[in-house]
Ligand binder design. Sequence first.
Ligand SMILES: [Fe+2]
Length: 306
Amino acid sequence: MRIAHISDIHLFCSHCIGHESILNKRLIGLANWYLRRRRKVDFRILDIFAEKMQELEPDVLCITGDIVHLGFRGEFERARKWLKGLRSICPVKIVPGNHDAYLSECIPRIKKSLGDFFSIKGAEISGKAALEEIFPVVDVDEKSRVALIGLSTATPTGLIHATGCLGEGQIQRLGGVLKDLGQKGLFRVILIHHPPIHGCVSKRRGLIDLDGLEKLVDKTGAEAFLFGHSHKRLVAPSNGNLSKRIYLNAPSITSISKDPVKRAGFFLIDIDRKDGEWNVACKDFTLGEKQDSFISGKDHFWSLCQ
Ligand SMILES: [Fe+2]
């Protein structure tokens, strides 16, 4: 199975504000956008990325959250249009991030505009269920024996916080899902917005129930985590026989930072099973200097007996 992984799009445009109130947390978000952030992003990268997807033909594109920036209705409309365009190239699976749930009024918008991208099957989400009740959302590819397990950490937070939370119920259901898929011998890939390991972000931006998640996954097992939020690329471990699991943190796909750790990029992950062994190869693509193409960087390989 070939997976493309991107994160943290933060779609925003001044027209997106519309007639909505900004006398709330958005005031700080807008000040930050105009004073700082807008000089560090370029949404034209999304067109270059779409072209690259046509060339690389992944079986699925996984997007690990923060699809919109400040949760305006216009941003969600723009995000839906963008996702539909990508879905005409390949199946798409997303999980929400903290910016998608910027204010509590964004939760129904996530479900309405983005809900049918939670699963590659494209089922629409209806009803009043909270996000943490909808997730985990599981897609199993029987041919490759790879399972994609989407989690939601998206929850509205206070003014200067960007924390995430899975909640006891979601962690408990995840335990059942991982156990079941593990017994079937599937390769389990977890999609989550907030980093599932310590040290990637500060406590004020971290996952509240990280200890609970770590404890659970150590018990049930999982082969890989795809995540975002930190806007910094990370591949761990770099190579080798896989004794524990793979952690891939994608940078923001719209970043034009000169810092190679923060510059826009994506992962292309090939997972294959041969002679009782899983072989995983990951190519790390980075936005080129001229900002008109993606350049293939370091290759990573792992093998795992299961
Ligand atoms: Fe985030």
